[in-house]
Design a protein around this ligand. Structure first.
Ligand SMILES: [Mn+2]
Length: 369
């Protein structure tokens, strides 16, 4: 990939917040009702947590373009634009659930392995089965430490072969390494399979290497719906229906990982590697709905990643905020319809990080940052 310095197009966070407040004033919204730093600008309610939004501004390996470290905060600021009403629920969000936006991941770690362990430590307390975690990233490299954190979910019980990962992405992310780094964002799905994930379903895939094509063909855990099929002007509809049908047959615990570059590049122009020919917005929404509606599956967590803010248009971070909101709406619906039930006592808002030494032990401190 050629270097592409996009930094001049990027906003700092204060500019984004000003844009949001200006937008809300124009829309006649009383700005005082907007709680800065909270997803959807909603106030906090009590100590219980049903849905937790976890901002994870991890940035190490984006191929070109940078700014994923600001992405989660920009997405949260932009979520102030999202309508609280969703026809699927019939009432305004938070629709009688306790929605909590947790403090941002602190970014600590002197090596790549320590950072991955620190991500797992940050996420683990939210994988007890008492609430639904929605992670905002950050590079896609957050996926392996997230999957490691999911190991302790009651439905996983330490056995990741029970877990299915559903991945929206332009890239297969199955490379053995990129630029010598096995934990690059370009390897996120491959490393998750290495950790023991039982099944991987991919959609939107349209940029991948010959080696990745061979992995897709030979690894029976992987099912890939390529964009050249689902987006085909001649036979795309049949392929799309086959994808939705595949999702409805999901069973067991599932994590949904949405790399926003899976959507068409026109919807997410600021993300690290925008690619033409991707999913439409409504295809992303249909995918999210189909995953959460699968009658035999339990969606235990979701992440929306590779979010980057852009000057002049909030489209990238706003698209991400809309997708995260739809995941929350779909979770609430699954809760209402009995496909998701709490498996542990409510553990409240204040949770200590649960230290992990897994990645340091596995790959050592020599690599990366
Ligand atoms: Mn990816």
């Amino acid at each position: 990939m050629p270097p592409n310095n996009q930094s001049s197009r990027r906003l700092d966070l204060n500019q984004i917040k000003q844009q949001v407040q200006e937008h809300m004033r124009k829309g006649g919204v009383v700005v005082e009702d907007y709680f800065e730093g909270n997803f959807l600008g909603l106030p906090e309610t009590g100590e219980d947590v049903d849905v937790v939004v976890l901002p994870l501004p991890y940035e190490l390996t984006t191929s070109y373009g940078q700014g994923t470290a600001q992405g989660p905060a920009a997405c949260i600021a932009s979520s102030g634009h999202v309508e609280l009403f969703d026809a699927e629920l019939g009432v305004d969000l938070p629709a009688f659930v306790h929605l909590y936006t947790a403090p941002e991941w602190n970014g600590e770690g002197g090596s790549l392995a320590e950072q991955l362990d620190n991500i797992s430590s940050y996420l683990r307390p939210w994988f007890r089965g008492d609430c639904f975690p929605v992670v905002l990233g950050g590079e896609h490299g957050i996926l392996p430490p997230l999957v490691h954190a999911a190991r302790q979910h009651p439905l996983i019980g330490g056995d990741l072969s029970r877990l299915t990962v559903v991945q929206i992405d332009a890239h297969a992310d199955l490379r053995p390494e990129l630029d010598g780094e096995a934990y690059s964002h370009a390897c996120a799905a491959g490393r998750s399979l290495d950790l023991g994930v039982g099944r991987l379903l991919q959609v939107g895939i349209r940029a991948y290497s010959k080696e990745e094509a061979e992995i897709i063909e030979n690894d029976e855990r992987i099912t890939t719906f390529f964009a050249r099929e689902t987006q085909s002007p001649t036979h795309g509809q049949a392929s799309w229906k086959a994808w939705l049908s595949e999702l409805s047959s999901l069973s067991g615990p599932v994590h949904l990982t949405v790399d926003i570059d899976g959507l068409d590049g026109s919807l997410v122009p600021a993300t690290g590697t925008p690619v033409p020919g991707g999913l439409s917005y409504w295809q992303a929404i249909e995918t999210i709905r189909a995953v959460f509606n699968a009658p035999n599956a339990v969606i235990i967590s979701a992440d929306i990643n590779e979010i980057v803010a852009q000057e002049g248009s909030p489209i990238t971070e706003f698209t991400a905020a809309m997708l995260a909101t739809k995941a929350i709406v779909s979770h609430i619906k699954a809760r209402q319809e009995g496909r998701w039930v709490a498996l542990a006592e409510q553990a409240g808002k204040n949770r200590d990080a649960e230290p992990s030494g897994f990645f340091v032990e596995k790959i050592g401190n020599a690599q990366g940052a």
